[in-house]
Design a protein around this ligand. Structure first.
Ligand SMILES: NC(=O)c1ccc[n+]([C@@H]2O[C@H](COP(=O)([O-])OP(=O)(O)OC[C@H]3O[C@@H](n4cnc5c(N)ncnc54)[C@H](OP(=O)(O)O)[C@@H]3O)[C@@H](O)[C@H]2O)c1
Length: 338
C-alpha cells in the first residue's frame, strides 16, 4: 500500500501556490505493536495553518521544509494492533495532509474515537470539534452572552461564525453577521439563524450598524481584526464585550502580518466601560466534552444548524486553504480525501 502526502517545499508569500508544496509517495510499513493504520476521510482547513508555514505565529514551532503539513482530520481504522482502537472505528486526530496515518495511539494527545451519533464524521472537524468549541466558549464564556443581547459577528459565514447565529438564538440573543458575498448572506439568514447581515464589501458597515443597532452592540465576536474591529469599537454599548477570537485580515498579507494594524478607536473601550479579551481554545480542553454534548443535543433537537464546505482530493488542499483567505468558503472548510 502507498501513502500520499503533501510536504512544505517553500514558505508561502501571500496566497499559497502549488509550488510551495511537494506531493510525496511512500510505502506503508507494517504496524508495530500498539499502532493502528487509519485511512483519512476528511481534513480540516484553518487560517492558522498559514502561521505554521511561515513562523509558527507564536502558537507552535514553524514547519520545517520537507515536513508534512500539520492539520486535524477524521478517518477510519483499517488495521490495528492496539486494543483500544479496532478496525472500523472512526477517529479524530492530527493526521497531517496525507491519505493514511500510522499512529502509536499515545503520542497524539488529541486523538480520540468518535461517538456513533448518526451525523457525518466530518462534524468532528466542524460543529462537533475544535471549531464548534471555539464558537461555544468564545460566545458564552468570553462574550458572557445574555438574553436579549445584540451580537455582531465578523466572518459570520466562516467555520466559527456559521455556528454563532444558532448559539445566540438558543440563548434569546440577536445577531448581525458580516460577510462579503450575497450567497453567503442568504445562507446566514435562511439557514443559520442570523437576524441581519451586512455585506462589508458593498455596504457602509458603520452606517448600517447604526441603523440596525442604534444603541450599539453588546458583544462583538471578532474573527478578522483590522479595520472592521476599529468600526465595531465605535458601535459598542456600555459594558460591551469584545471577543478577540482571530484576525484573519492580518494573516494573508506578509506585510500586514509583520506590521499589523494599528487601532484608532481603542480609547472607546474605556469610555464604554467595555471588555476586550483574547482566548486560546485549547485552554478550555477540560470542558470540550461539555461543549460537544450540548452542541450535539441542540443539533438533534433542531435548534442548531451548521454548514460545511467540502472540496475533494488531497491535491486540492492548497487551493482549499486559499479559499479561506479569498472569502470563498461557505461554512467550515473541509476536504474529502477518501
Ligand atoms: N482563538 C482560538 O483559539 C481560535 C480557534 C479557532 C479559530 N480561530 C480564529 O477564528 C477565526 C475564524 O476561523 P475559521 O477557521 O472559522 O475561519 P473562517 O472564518 O472560515 O475564515 C475564512 C473567512 O474569513 C473571512 N475573511 C478572509 N479574509 C478576510 C479579510 N481580509 N477581512 C475580513 N474577513 C476576511 C472570509 O469571510 P467573508 O467572505 O464572509 O468575509 C472567509 O470566508 C480565524 O481568525 C481563526 O484564526 C481562533
Amino acid at each position: 500500500m502507498i501513502n500520499k502526502k503533501l510536504v512544505l517545499a517553500a514558505r508561502p508569500k501571500g496566497l499559497v501556490k502549488q509550488s510551495d508544496f511537494l506531493l510525496e509517495t511512500e510505502d506503508i510499513r507494517e504496524l508495530k505493536e500498539n499502532e493502528c493504520l487509519i485511512k483519512t476521510q476528511f481534513l480540516s482547513l484553518a487560517p492558522v495553518m498559514k502561521f505554521y508555514m511561515l513562523d509558527g505565529g507564536g502558537f507552535a514551532n514553524p514547519l520545517s521544509i520537507g515536513e508534512t503539513i500539520r492539520g486535524r482530520g477524521v478517518g477510519q481504522v483499517i488495521k490495528s494492533r492496539n486494543t483500544s482502537y479496532k478496525e472500523g472505528d472512526y477517529v479524530s486526530a492530527n493526521f497531517g495532509w496525507q491519505e493514511y496515518l500510522i499512529s502509536d495511539c499515545v503520542s497524539d494527545k488529541m486523538m480520540y474515537k468518535l461517538d456513533d451519533h448518526g451525523l457525518s464524521p466530518s462534524t468532528a472537524l466542524g460543529v462537533l470539534g475544535v471549531t464548534g468549541y471555539t464558537s461555544y466558549f468564545g460566545l458564552y464564556e468570553i462574550g458572557e452572552l445574555k438574553e436579549n443581547d445584540i451580537v455582531l459577528v465578523s466572518a459570520a459565514a466562516g467555520g466559527v461564525g456559521n455556528i454563532i447565529g444558532g448559539l445566540a438564538k438558543i440563548k434569546g440573543a440577536k445577531t448581525i453577521g458580516l460577510t462579503s458575498k450575497p450567497e453567503k448572506a442568504k445562507v446566514l439568514l435562511e439557514k443559520l439563524s442570523y437576524d441581519h447581515v451586512i455585506n462589508y464589501k458593498t455596504e457602509n458597515v458603520d452606517e448600517r450598524l447604526k441603523e440596525i443597532a442604534p444603541n450599539g452592540v453588546d458583544v462583538y465576536f471578532d474573527n478578522v481584526g483590522g479595520e472592521i474591529l476599529d468600526i465595531a469599537l465605535t458601535n459598542l454599548k456600555k459594558f460591551a464585550r469584545v471577543v478577540c477570537c482571530g484576525r484573519i485580515s492580518t494573516y494573508g498579507d506578509e506585510k500586514l502580518y509583520e506590521q499589523n494594524y494599528r487601532l484608532k478607536n481603542w480609547h472607546l473601550i474605556l469610555g464604554r466601560r467595555a471588555k476586550m479579551q483574547g482566548f486560546f481554545i485549547y485552554n478550555f480542553q477540560p470542558r470540550f466534552r461539555e461543549a460537544h454534548d450540548k452542541l450535539l443535543q441542540w443539533i438533534k433537537s433542531g435548534e442548531l444548524n451548521y454548514h460545511e464546505d467540502i472540496q475533494v482530493g488531497l491535491e486540492s488542499m492548497p487551493a482549499a486553504l486559499n479559499r479561506l483567505f479569498e472569502g470563498k468558503n461557505v461554512g467550515k472548510q473541509l476536504v474529502k480525501i477518501s
